[in-house]
Design a protein around this ligand. Structure first.
Ligand code: 4NP
Length: 166
């Protein structure tokens, strides 16, 4: 039997706190997928539990809003073992979180885990730098990088569907 999970990509973005980078990635990805009418599931999580149930950082909300995306209703949650089954693709925002994701992966997980910027030509192996301790300009720069990367992701999912490899 073919179910939704095998026919549509289910994408999880993972950073450390799930209040800055990954909620922005979730919002930017949803906006682009909606624009091209790509059926996807999208969510975000943190490897840490510091901000469980918290809304995104106000600077992340303001930056997304300036780009026409409302992420204010998102709430922080920590990466769970079930995510490795519930999502087809998990994207780490940086290498430390990639390690954190791999450390939590159950042996029988089915999700493909990649670094987000591996999807972006010329940026393979690079992190999306954590803007949390910086200023608003850092959030804008972060949005721009994320935005380019999620545009590339959406294009790949349009081409390859759920079988896309990054
Ligand atoms: P994020 O940023 O991983 O992009 O959500 C951070 C948010 C909070 C903290 C660190 C990074 N923190 O240490 O509380």
């Amino acid at each position: 039997m073919v179910d939704a999970k095998t026919t549509r990509p289910a994408v999880l973005f993972v950073c450390l706190g799930n209040i800055c980078r990954s909620p922005m990635a979730e919002g930017a990805f949803r906006q682009m997928a909606d624009k091209v009418v790509l059926p996807v599931t999208v969510a975000s999580a943190g490897t840490a539990d510091y901000h469980v149930d918290s809304p995104p950082d106000p600077r992340a909300i303001a930056t997304a809003s300036a780009h026409g995306v409302d992420i204010s209703s998102l709430r922080g949650r920590q990466l769970e073992r079930s995510d490795f089954h519930d999502f087809t693709h998990i994207f780490a925002l940086d290498n430390a979180n990639m390690e954190g994701i791999r450390a939590r992966a159950p042996g029988h997980g089915t999700a493909r885990v990649s670094l987000l910027l591996d999807a972006l030509d010329g940026a393979k192996g690079e992190p999306v730098v954590d803007p949390y301790h910086g200023d608003e300009a850092g959030f804008e720069a972060c949005w721009e990088t994320i935005s380019e990367a999620v545009d590339a992701l959406v294009a790949r999912f349009q081409r390859d569907g759920v079988d896309a490899r990054f």
